[in-house]
Structure formats: C-alpha cells, structure tokens
Design a protein around this ligand. Structure first.
Ligand code: KG4
Ligand code: ZN
Length: 359
C-alpha cells in the first residue's frame, strides 16, 4: 500500500510517499519539502499570510516531486490540524481536489499524532537499548508507550496502549518548549527559529552559572510551564546589560559571547531537566515499555543524550526511540505514516481543516 502524505500546518510545504508492506513495515520512498523559514527569520517569527502564500506556490511542485508520471498511490493522508488556518487550507483543499480527481481515499491526520508516528518509519527511527544505537522496523516498538511531543506549538505527554489508542496525560499551561527556545533566542538576539542556535551556543556554555527556574518539576502531575523561564532570562539579561554597556561585547545588545553561551546552556538544561523528569515519571507510572520522542525540539542532541542516560539509569527495561532529525521537525512522511497505521479514510466532502484540533 502506498500513501501520499501532505503537510502544510505551519511554515513547511511538504509531501512524502510511504509504502506499507503486509507486516506493517513503513518505508519512506521519497519526500520533498519547501520551507519559508528564511522569510520568517527576517521578521523574527511566522507571519501567517506570508506562510500561506508560499505554500500556495510550492504545494504542487512538492507533490509532483514525490510522484512518478504514473499516479501509483492507494490513498492521500493530509494534516487537518492543529495549525494556521490559511496554511492548513492549502494542504487540505489540494488533497481533496486530488482525491476527487484521482478517485482515491483521503485520510485526515492530526499533526500531533503525526509527530509521534515519525517513530514508526522503518530505518529512520533510532532505538537506544543496551548502549547500542540501532535503526528499527516499525513493529519493534512495544506498547504501552509514553510519547512526548515537543515542538514550537506543543508540549504534550501521551499514553499509547496500542496503535491509535491515545490518552493525553498532560501538557504545557503556557508556552511550548520550542516556543521558549524561540522567545528566549529573540531576547539573546538569535535568529528564528532559535532552538538550533541555542543548542550550538550551549555546547560551549556553562549550564550551572545561572539558576533558571524548572517550573512544576516536583509537582505531582504531568503539566509543564515555560513562560516563567522566559521572564527569568529577560530579568537576568536586563540586569547584566546595565553595567556592561561600555565593555567590548558581542552583537547581542551588550552581553559577552561567554555570557550568551552560559545563558543558552542554562536555559537548555532547565528545559531538558523538566522534560526528562516528567516523561520518565509517566513512563514509570504507566509501566511503559517504550518512550517515543517527537517534534522539532526532539532534534536537540543534548535532550536525546540526557533522555538516553536517564532512561538507562532509572528504568532500564524501557526502550527509548526518536526519529531521525529530519523527521522530528515538520514533514509529510510522519503524516503518511500515521495515515498508513491508524488512518480512517473518509469521503473528501467530509474533510475539513481544523486549526483548533487537539488530542
Ligand atoms: O515540530 P516543529 O518543526 O514545528 C511545530 O510543529 O511547531 O518544531 C519547531 C520548533 C521550533 O520552536 C524550533 O526552535 C525547535 O522546534 N527546534 C529545536 C531544535 N530544532 C528545532 N529546539 C531545540 N533544539 C533544536 N536542535
Ligand atoms: Zn510540528
């Protein structure tokens, strides 16, 4: 079975072709992605109308890119939400039109479930067990599983008792983890999206110099909060800038490169500590056999390493999985994967974009 995936929920325009064999193994055949990130970097954040206009330009080229001359597909999976309405509409209406013209079933996919299902693409998900880093077949992931979605818009913990069995355990009360990286990056004068830049700076920084908050760390729930971290960084930066104004400094408004690296390292560590602690707590409580990471922030190497170390140390019988980096950030392969394993085809007339869709 071959599924064409289409993803346009935020600033990416993406298409991918996934093949599912009779053993439910998913193979990524081809993918194509166009991002308007560079345009948004100039403005320091996404302007929804700019994103949607770019998606209108690229939606047909990316689809054409992954298909051969013969339209050899069995279904179309498309992100219906959550996301920006203008962006979602581009993908959804294109998918509906193609489904109608080609007479193919269409499968609506929740973007957040897609992030989890990036882990099920054979040979593209990384499994960490017993000190080895091996790539896997989608059927290797055992349930129950606890999934952590960490992206620019979401931070959610989910319990999966089987394919398609999704129970929301908790999430952020304010900013998402990726949003915290991006907003703090802006304070530090870093380009959008700031997650990768903070990760790079953090490598040479001292995570212990600043004591940033780790909100809700010891609370007995699966809630997160990252807006206090942004406020704490803002205060710290403001205080440091005052006396430092006349010294030789980096471009980031009067802070030395060393200080910026230390702030980056401290911020990254605060975010990772909370994410790891709450996810492992959920895994213990629900006796999870697997932990699945997904979303753009899951591309962060330190986060991946600290998840591996802590899981091995605290719950060695639980295996941890994360997608290849290019499948952590938004892509269409994950949408096709979710469609292939748990999707329910619907008539095109019933499919609608839903920006508020949740779990
Ligand atoms: O999943 P994604 O591509 O889009 C959403 O669905 O939101 O996630 C984008 C987010 C951005 O906030 C970006 O700063 C963050 O993921 N991100 C990272 C890294 N790469 C992307 N955060 C920390 N470290 C990274 N290496
Ligand atoms: Zn996403």
């Amino acid at each position: 079975m071959r599924i064409l995936g289409i993803e346009t929920s935020c600033d990416e325009t993406a298409a991918a072709l996934i093949e599912k064999d009779t053993d439910n193994h998913l193979m990524l055949m081809k993918q194509s992605l166009s991002s308007s990130m560079l345009l948004h970097a100039k403005t320091g954040g996404i302007i929804p109308e700019v994103a949607a206009r770019e998606q209108l330009r690229y939606i047909l080229p990316v689809i054409k890119d992954v298909l051969s001359e013969k339209i050899d597909i069995d279904a179309i999976a498309v992100t219906v939400g959550p996301g920006l309405i203008g962006s979602l509409l581009v993908g959804v209406e294109t998918a509906k039109t193609l489904a109608m013209v080609w007479k193919k079933p269409i499968i609506p996919v929740n973007h957040l479930i897609g992030h989890i299902y990036a882990n099920f693409i054979s040979g593209n998900s990384i499994r960490q067990s017993g000190g080895r880093n091996s790539k896997l077949a989608s059927t290797d992931i055992k349930f129950p599983a606890v999934a952590l979605i960490v992206s620019g818009g979401h931070t959610d913990l989910i319990l999966m008792k089987g394919h398609g069995s999704i129970q929301w355990l908790g999430g952020t009360r304010d900013d998402a983890a990726g949003e915290a990286f991006d907003k703090i990056g802006r304070l530090l004068g870093l380009p959008y999206p700031a997650g990768p830049a903070i990760e790079k700076l953090a490598k040479s920084g001292n995570p212990k110099r600043f004591h940033f908050p780790k909100a809700l760390l010891s609370e007995d729930n699966f809630a997160f909060s990252f807006s206090g971290l942004k406020t704490a960084v803002f205060r710290e930066v403001k205080t440091m800038k005052q006396p430092a104004r006349n010294a030789a400094h980096s471009a980031a408004g009067g802070l030395s490169n060393e200080t910026i690296a230390d702030v980056a390292a401290g911020v990254q560590q605060s975010i990772i500590d909370v994410l790891v602690a709450k996810t492992l707590k959920a895994a213990q409580q629900y006796k999870a056999r697997s932990i699945l990471l997904g979303g753009g922030v899951a591309a962060n190497e330190s986060l991946r390493d600290q998840f591996i170390q802590n899981t091995r140390h605290q719950i060695p019988d639980t295996e941890i999985f994360f997608p290849e980096k290019f499948l952590c950030t938004d892509n269409a392969a994950m949408i096709a994967a979710a469609g292939a394993l748990i999707g329910k085809p619907q008539p095109w007339s019933k499919i609608q974009a839903n920006p508020e869709l949740y779990l």
